[in-house]
Design a protein around this ligand. Structure first.
Ligand code: GDP
Ligand code: MN
Length: 378
């Protein structure tokens, strides 16, 4: 789960990480009021779950409240990488001397949190990572011992020379690690962490992702979820208890079991196709889940063929077949649907589906190849 910058900044602020004051607005009038209250030049910042807002025109400077209102008018409703802006953060503008990067993610290879810092922070950090990776310094933290002050100080020295700024930065890194650990975060990032002419160090951007598996014990953060800002298909999938991840390809996949879903996607790739999604209907075989799965996949305009691959164990093929029938009646798919059902009650399933004359295949390889060829994409 992702939270917005303004929410992450509230969490930072409570944890003692310095952030410029500000508030969130959903209308130009609200933006005006916040700017007037701050009584300083402000930044008006689009709140969407995507990076690179600045380059997309979603982060703008306003000299006064009147200008903030005009900019909010412009940014609210703007489309940034497919997401509509519904909220803006109005926050005190600060004068910047330098921009650094600080991020913490979970490194699966070493099974440790890794802290990454760079003095070359700001909007081009991806380019820095790609072209000059030596400018990014990493520290793998032993999760049992935690982060030690001397380690945080060593990292801070990579970012600033001035001793008071090093101290402030080390303190920020310690607090950031603490947040990362306590809120079950999978990623926390300050880009940029800036220094001001007065020698202050502050976070002027904030990103915080939470591991969904930790949300049950992160009630305060779970409440921050903004369904309005999420992909509607993913929201619907979560409500139906489906594991769904949208991808960029055109072969829609409906599979039971995460391992089989991964295998199916691998095979689609292997035979020259591109999967449109990962979708695991889970172990049970409620026909309603298949119906929702079909609805979600059919709402993706890139999908040119659907591949249903079910290995019946606890999942009963006849239940899945009933779901497919319901989906055909309800949504009348215009793209080819290739079905491979094998295992528990497969004969019954074939009978249920026989009137639809769907393209079928006996082997998984055959089903994948058929879906790709029927998709009409070379
Ligand atoms: P992002 O593009 O989504 O990462 O949004 P950021 O909040 O990081 O803003 C992008 C860039 O805008 C920053 O790297 C800064 O260069 C600039 N910026 C953001 N806020 C301020 C501010 O208060 N003052 C100044 N001078 N620049 C800012
Ligand atoms: Mn940023």
């Amino acid at each position: 789960m992702k939270v917005h910058e303004y929410q992450a900044k509230q969490i930072f602020d409570q944890a003692g990480i310095p952030v410029p004051p500000g508030d969130v607005a959903t209308s130009p009038t609200e933006a005006f009021e916040i700017a007037e209250r701050l009584n300083k030049p402000v930044m008006v910042k689009a709140q969407v779950h995507v990076g690179g807002r600045g380059k997309a025109g979603g982060v703008k400077f306003a000299e006064n409240a009147e200008a903030a209102k005009v900019l909010a008018q412009k940014i609210l409703g703007m489309d940034i990488k497919g997401l509509t802006v519904k909220k803006v953060l109005v926050t005190e503008a600060v004068e910047i001397i330098s921009e650094a990067y600080v991020g913490i993610i979970l490194d699966r290879a070493t099974q440790k949190p890794v802290i990454m810092v760079s003095s070359a922070g700001g909007v081009d950090i991806e380019e820095v990572a790609a072209k000059t990776p030596e400018k990014i310094h990493k520290l793998f933290v032993d999760p049992v011992v935690g982060l030690r002050e001397y380690q945080a100080r060593n990292l801070a020295y990579k970012l600033f020379r001035e001793i008071s700024q090093v101290r402030k930065t080390a303190d920020i890194i310690m607090r950031l690690y603490d947040i990362f650990w306590k809120v079950d975060s999978s990623l926390v990032e300050i880009n940029p962490l800036i220094s001001t002419p007065g020698g202050d160090v502050l976070a002027i951007d904030a990103k915080l992702n939470i591991d969904d598996n930790g949300l049950f014990r992160q009630k305060n953060i779970a409440e921050m979820r903004d369904l309005d800002a999420e992909d509607p298909a993913e929201v619907k999938a979560r409500e139906a208890d489906l594991s769904y991840v949208k991808l960029d390809g055109n072969i829609g996949c409906i599979v039971n079991g995460a391992g089989l879903a991964m295998t199916t996607m691998d095979l689609v790739k292997h035979y020259g196709g591109e999967p449109a999604n990962f979708l695991d209907i889970g172990g049970s075989s409620n026909p309603g889940k298949v119906l929702t799965a079909m609805q979600i996949i059919l709402s993706d305009p890139n999908v040119r063929a659907i591949l249903i691959n079910i290995f019946g164990g606890i999942t009963r093929c006849d239940d899945v077949a009933n779901g497919i029938v319901a989906a055909f009646n309800e949504y009348k798919p215009s793209v080819p649907v290739v079905v491979r059902l094998t295992g528990t009650n497969e004969e019954e399933a074939q009978r249920i589906l026989s009137s639809f004359k769907l393209p079928t295949a006996d082997t998984l390889d055959g089903a994948v190849k058929k879906a790709i060829s029927l998709s009409g994409i070379e």
